[in-house]
Design a protein around this ligand. Structure first.
Ligand SMILES: NC(=O)c1ccc[n+]([C@@H]2O[C@H](COP(=O)([O-])OP(=O)(O)OC[C@H]3O[C@@H](n4cnc5c(N)ncnc54)[C@H](O)[C@@H]3O)[C@@H](O)[C@H]2O)c1
Length: 257
């Protein structure tokens, strides 16, 4: 961390989903190390406890299943109660599966939609009044949505995941337009492959056409969660005050051509 960025998040009140592992944990640790007070959510309580233990700064945790609108609302109210307001919402929790389109079960479909789309929408809906209040108090509130390269290009055997991440891209743009005249910024990040549990747990059916899969594996290898946390820390900071409604790729060139 450069001296210039030290304390960049001093006084910032941050709410993050998916904070028990992978990118969410890296973002939690990064923002806390820069002075943020973080309220960290996940369905995985053991992972949340490990994140809080690893954090240098102040991190409070709460179990929240983001597929439930009621749990999203309760978590936002708990965060605002703990932090005294809200400046940053990071929608990070996500699930992915690789499977033939014709073999997607209704429960797998609903789970992916529930976490990756419903969760992002209902967290944003509950948080926005508090973020707007932060803006009225003279701060620079922001929502950062983690999309994916899968929201920007079509990928075989991940049709539902692509649909959900396309929705995240459009959630980001549509919110940016609805709040264009307010101080609230809304931005997205589209990672390519990142070395997390999501990728390690990812399984393809044995009979897929690997030529189709290799088109979206990327030529530069997997990124690290910190690569995404670095970008998040910039986009959610006041340094990015002119970036609104943009989805920024961090994918090693995967979607460049
Ligand atoms: N790893 C990649 O290659 C990659 C690429 C592009 C985008 N992404 C996106 O990055 C985000 C973070 O994923 P990751 O790679 O760190 O994976 P991860 O599996 O390490 O983290 C995802 C987190 O979401 C949590 N979660 C799952 N269901 C939940 C629910 N119902 N309620 C609350 N939390 C829930 C999990 O417990 C987990 O801690 C996701 O949105 C994912 O789609 C990941």
């Amino acid at each position: 961390m450069s001296d210039q960025s030290a304390g960049r998040y001093a006084g910032k009140r941050v709410l993050l989903t998916g904070a028990a592992s992978g990118i969410g944990r890296a973002v939690t640790l990064r923002l806390a190390s820069e002075g943020a007070r973080v309220f960290a959510l996940d369905i995985d309580e053991a992972g949340l406890a490990a994140t809080a233990k690893a954090a240098a700064g102040q991190v409070a945790v709460r179990r929240c299943d983001v597929t439930s609108a009621a749990e999203c609302r309760a978590a936002v109210e708990a965060a605002v109660g703990e932090l005294g307001g809200l400046d940053v919402l990071g929608n990070i929790a996500g699930v992915a599966r690789g499977e033939h389109m014709t073999e997607v079960t209704e429960s797998a479909y609903r789970q992916m939609m529930g976490v990756n789309v419903d969760g992002y929408f209902f967290m944003a809906q509950a948080a926005i009044p508090h973020l707007l209040a932060s803006g009225e108090a003279g701060n620079d509130p922001v929502i950062v949505n983690i999309a994916s390269n899968a929201g920007l290009i079509g990928q075989a055997y991940t049709v539902v995941y692509c649909m959900t991440k396309g929705a995240v891209v459009q959630l980001t743009r549509a919110l940016a337009m609805e709040f264009l005249k307010s101080p609230l910024r809304v931005v997205g990040i589209a990672p390519g492959g990142v070395e997390t549990g999501l990728v390690h747990g990812y399984q393809m059916p044995a009979d897929v056409d690997w030529d189709l899969v290799m088109r979206y594996t990327g030529a530069r290898g997997l990124a690290q969660p910190d690569d995404i946390a670095n970008l998040f820390a910039f986009l959610a900071s006041d340094e990015a005050r002119n970036i609104h409604g943009t989805v920024v790729s961090s994918d090693g060139g995967m979607t460049a051509g």
